[in-house]
Design a protein around this ligand. Sequence first.
Ligand code: S3P
Length: 175
Amino acid sequence: MLDIDKVANIVLVGPMGSGKTSVGRRLACVLKRDFFDSDFEIVARTDVAIDHIFDVEGEEGFRNRETNMLTDLCEISNIVIATGGGIVIKPENRELLKHNSFVVYLSSSVEQLVARTARSKSRPLLERSTNREQTIKDILEARETFYQEVADIVIDTTGKKLYAIINEIKKAIPK
Ligand code: S3P
């Protein structure tokens, strides 16, 4: 059993549109911890948008930057981290996540993910897709076992309000 006092970080994983950033920001506030969003930090560090990184360096370049960022964030203690949806793809990221972090997998129905990302213009994997619903289904199929592998808890966010999700996470954090 994890002891939260010894757990460096609370890390949120899950697909695009599962609510990692909104949940993470609120959770950090409630727990009086600092909040970091790995995509935001990558943008701040590079001074360019994520889709620009995909354009110039390809997905591989972005994934390398993502691993570097996760490594750096995991060096900080006592924070809440919202990750990008693809953080679980690389085995080394999964090992990092499983080591000394309390990992929350925010799962969601495909319908909700499609609805929540419908207006998004900054997610290259969706931007380039001609069928967003199918792309989201394919992504879930490819990553579901990875999300489960790293998760200490899984919270289905479908149809739930932010405060309800936060309460579920708070209850699940080891005392
Ligand atoms: C990605 C998710 C995005 C971002 C990038 C790639 C993915 O983050 O990291 O566009 O591979 O699922 P969000 O999950 O915050 O949208």
